[in-house]
Design a protein around this ligand. Structure first.
Ligand code: ADP
Ligand code: MG
Length: 257
């Protein structure tokens, strides 16, 4: 099977600090992969390198067999690699429906509406209405459709952020701490939503997450990073038994399970 995302010997130095050190991994089609590690381990830096927010010092990133190293975030997104952020990043003054339209525009049109010919805009308007309705139903945000996003409870704003990412038609979603700031019930709902994104939308997922219960319940495979390096990779069961992982990261969390 050919890889979806392939990171090859990726390194990033910030001055004297090696934030990412010779990191290599692949994801396979259909997988949900978890990326865990203590604070400052280099998880967000890895996402930034993959999605073109920052450039690697060395190494390569391939997506569906194509080299995307050094591509801009917009170019990466247009190839179907879409990212969600740790905090809710919605347009608070715009309605939920308008937010979804913005998410769609990102990938479908490749530019602002003003620059496109009228027939394409007309098709987009018609399609975007239908797709917005489908997405609202998928994430159960219909009751909020006409409300400004800023008025939604925080959990619903994060869900909207996920729906906006889906509106951009990703092939793979990179999610940075989807459960951060959510209560236990919302966390469980978010985990369930991620599983449905895979099973119903057939989108691959890589997630950075601190909530170990969520990671171990929804991920097929977990990659553990510490001080910029991969220290372990395996199934959730293997990771929970790994001595170095328990020492570096899981020690505190295991007591909670
Ligand atoms: P994590 O997401 O795992 O908590 P980060 O990737 O945010 O960790 O950070 C990894 C290390 O790189 C930290 O020591 C952080 O301070 C450093 N770092 C991240 N971004 C920058 C930057 N733009 N400039 C300098 N140092 C950075
Ligand atoms: Mg981070």
């Amino acid at each position: 099977m050919s890889a979806v995302l392939e990171v090859k010997s990726l390194s990033k130095r910030f001055g004297g600090l090696v934030a990412t050190n010779d990191v290599s991994f692949k994801t396979e089609p259909g997988e949900i992969v978890g990326l865990i590690g203590p604070n400052g381990a280099g998880k967000s830096t890895l996402f930034n390198l993959i999605t073109g927010t920052i450039r690697p010092s060395s190494g390569r990133v391939e997506f569906h067999g194509k080299d995307i190293t050094g591509c801009s975030p917009e170019q990466v997104a247009q190839r179907g690699l879409i990212r969600t952020f740790q905090s809710a990043t919605v347009f608070k003054d715009k309605t939920v429906r308008e937010n979804l339209r913005i998410g769609m525009q990102f990938n479908r049109l490749g530019g602002p509406l003003q620059l496109l010919d009228r027939s394409r805009v007309r098709v987009f308007r018609r399609d975007s209405e239908r797709i917005a309705n489908e997405l609202l139903e998928f994430v159960a945000l219909e009751p909020y459709a006409s409300r400004p996003a800023g008025e939604l409870p925080y959990g619903a704003q994060k869900t909207l952020g996920v729906a906006m990412a889906l509106a951009a038609e990703p092939k793979q979603l990179l999610m940075d701490e989807p459960a951060a700031g959510l209560n236990p019930v919302e966390t469980e709902q978010m985990g369930h939503l991620i599983e449905r994104i895979r099973s119903e939308h057939h989108i691959d997922v890589v997630l950075v997450e601190h909530d170990m219960a969520m990671v171990t319940s929804i991920c097929d495979r977990i990659i553990v990073i510490n001080r910029g390096e991969i220290i372990a990779a395996g199934t959730p069961e293997e990771i929970q038994r790994h001595p170095e992982v328990i020492e570096a990261y899981l020690g505190v969390n295991l007591e909670l399970d």
